[in-house]
Design a protein around this ligand. Sequence first.
Ligand code: AMP
Ligand code: MG
Length: 427
Amino acid sequence: MSSDQPGSNLPSFEEAAALVAAHAAKLARIRLAMERVVLGQALGRVLGRPLRADDDQPAFARSTRDGFACRAAEASAYAQLAIAGTTRAGQTPSGPLPRGAAWEIMTGAPVPRGADAVAMLEHVEAAGGRIRLLPSRTLKSGDNIVARGAHARKGNELLAPGSIVGPAQVALAATCGFAAMDVYVRPRVAILATGDELVAIKSAPGPGQIRNSNAPMLAAMVKAAGGVPWVLPIVRDTNEALNAAISKAAEADLLLITGGVSAGKFDLVEPALLRAGARFHFTGVLIQPGKPAVFGERPAKKTPAGKGRRTQYFLGLPGNPVSSAVTFLLFASPVLAALAGRTEFGPRFALARLSADVTAKPGLTRFLPAACSFAGPLPEVQLVSWQGSGDIAAMARANCFMVVPDEPKRAQKTHLKAGAIVRILLP
Ligand code: AMP
Ligand code: MG
């Protein structure tokens, strides 16, 4: 079904990515099921309901410094202000600030009524129960005070549904008094590795056999993208085995199949998907690695995560590990992000400066294993040497994939010069 012939009408990378993005956007309109998780379990989950401020943030005018609360207009190097009281964090001021006075205050403590600024401890001279500003210092109304409600007003939406919960979002929920969060049920992603040559990790491969590395790799990628991996047993290259496995996998929210999508005699995945009622959106893309990648949908079963969904999307990823990884990032992760309820779908690209020349033949957009250093002022990227898309060791030395765009005229080679700014695909 995929055609490797030059001039075949395979979509470009941009066309394929746009197709995937359009389907992801369609999926994102379907309401997702939710569940409640305690804060300690919320990391990486996707918020299902808006998070609203339970009160004004902060709920009282607060000093951001150790020092003296006062009226800014009264503070100068020439006027002594009598210290009228003291407030520590956790206390409330015993009274309002009298005229012509200052109030000793600690970071985090409520500011007494009447004060409109806090002079930092280091900026005043204190003696005999009085203070004055050091001559080099000035004080403006509002200095070193966070007004009540400055961060948010009670009831304000602080996080929208679709936000990914990271440490900062956990802090926000905690400060608003939420010990648990309503998050979307994670989509379950079936992972089918196909191939007669595959054996399980714990097995010693016989002659011509290899360990199934794609299934655990994809399981890790699915987890990182917010899904729950469901790794099915290795599928042999027979129609019967494929029929059975694809039928079983109908209970998943998304189906990933690796191997068996090229043009070889035992590449039986596309016909098997067709028998299962598949519609294909593309059967190959002008990229390297990953050219035989397949994307489509087929009738779905109801799942706990998505009751309103009628179709199950699937991706057929080429079996070579680097191809599988690249095509997952490019085409599976946006669909998975939409199924997970995220509002940003990816793939994620960044810019980096190339540290050595790169040349590539035209006709394909390339995503080559590369090492990017983020230590300097600008990210610096270079290719890692690799022996083709089966080279897992090279991929493990890389931390991104460098995008080598296709030459639009298709006549010459693509040349990227050292120092040029290039795109990198992030994991
Ligand atoms: P295929 O896409 O089935 O033609 O496989 C392409 C190459 O990837 C072959 O060398 C396979 O042995 C290899 N391969 C296929 N599936 C896996 C897998 N699950 N883990 C590691 N390598 C694989
Ligand atoms: Mg195969």
